[in-house]
Design a protein around this ligand. Structure first.
Ligand SMILES: Nc1ncnc2c1ncn2[C@@H]1O[C@H](COP(=O)(O)OP(=O)(O)OP(=O)(O)O)[C@@H](O)[C@H]1O
Length: 303
């Protein structure tokens, strides 16, 4: 029998006074990791809160593990572990108190696994929340989410503000959680290295819209940087997939998306010489999307 998709968002919109999340489509199957990337204020947390049923969309549909949200959120939430930066814990209580609390609600709580996680993440369950550092707090919420062994993990910025060693511990535990082949993860991060490292799919959000959503290989493969020489100062061909173009004397550096092997010939035909075609990292793609979107907005304002 086919498993329902981990998450299926279709045409999801949400309007706030100064922000509009518009027509978001995003889906991925169980057993995979979706990385949500976008600059500050792009709408990542808003989308995640809707996936968790914490807020309802104005329009569109959201299904999580086959459950319609927010309508079936009680059934869905038994199978979702949520970790967000602003998660509230009881300051004057210990980690052990929170573990008991979660154990009392979820039958799926795995105490042996919780103890393994505490050891691996170097946490003392007798410590009170108010005495925890930021990294220890994130690790404690990770234990509370993972030891329930949920089918879907939703992590909003799990690695923000962590030192490199703790970041690696958190990412390693996320990867360990995937040993169960039907477990899925939706996570957002500003750290493109994290997303590039563990995601199967990438969705890029900018200004409340999905710019691109595809599997990681297609996403990364679609972007290229071409190095060109232009000794006769010919105009660049007018191609819709040119996202950025920078000139330094006779040398041009052009960033394109939806790259295909016929593209260099189009520059050659226009009288330019292609000296190199390079792949981009997710970080470079991030910057290119944001810079070209900002340039478009400035052009519209100026015209
Ligand atoms: N409850 C709310 N009322 C009004 N505006 C809101 C509310 N929640 C979010 N917004 C606005 O929606 C926009 C998107 O916010 P959101 O937190 O989803 O972005 P984000 O991509 O998670 O950003 P960051 O990376 O900075 O965390 C912001 O402009 C924010 O001010």
């Amino acid at each position: 029998m086919d498993l329902p998709l981990a998450i299926q968002c279709e045409g999801v919109s949400k309007r706030y006074p100064h922000f509009h999340l518009q027509n978001v489509d995003l889906s991925f199957e169980q057993g995979t990791v979706m990385g949500l990337v976008g600059p500050n204020g792009a709408g990542k947390s808003t989308l995640m809160r809707m996936v968790m049923g914490l807020i309802g969309p104005d329009s569109g549909s959201i299904r999580v593990l086959g459950h319609a949200m927010p309508h079936d959120q009680i059934a869905a939430k038994r199978h979702i572990g949520f970790v967000a930066e602003d998660m509230r814990l009881y300051e004057s209580e210990t980690i052990a108190f929170h573990m008991d609390f979660v154990r009392s609600i979820f039958d799926s709580w795995d105490d042996d696994y919780a103890q393994v996680l505490l050891r691996r993440l170097d946490l003392n369950e007798k410590q009170k929340v108010k005495g925890l550092s930021h990294g220890q707090r994130v690790k404690a919420t990770l234990v509370l989410a993972l030891a329930r062994r949920p089918s879907l993990l939703v992590f909003d910025e799990p690695t923000t503000g962590l030192d490199p060693a703790v970041r690696k511990e958190v990412l390693d535990e996320m990867m360990n959680a995937l040993a169960d082949e039907t477990r899925s993860i939706l996570f957002s991060s500003h750290n493109t290295l994290d997303v590039e490292q563990i995601s199967d799919y990438i969705t890029f959000i900018y200004g409340g819209r999905v710019v691109e959503s595809s599997n990681k290989e297609d996403f990364l493969d679609g972007w290229r940087r071409l190095r060109l020489t232009n000794p006769h100062n010919r105009p660049l061909p007018d191609l819709p997939n040119i996202k950025e173009a920078q000139q330094s004397g006779q040398i041009w550096t052009v960033t394109v998306n939806q790259y295909d092997d016929a593209l260099p010939a189009q520059f050659t035909q226009a009288g330019l010489t292609v000296t190199a075609v390079e792949r981009l990292t997710l970080e470079e793609i991030f910057l290119s999307i944001v810079l070209s979107a900002k340039a478009n907005i400035q052009m519209k304002v100026a015209s």
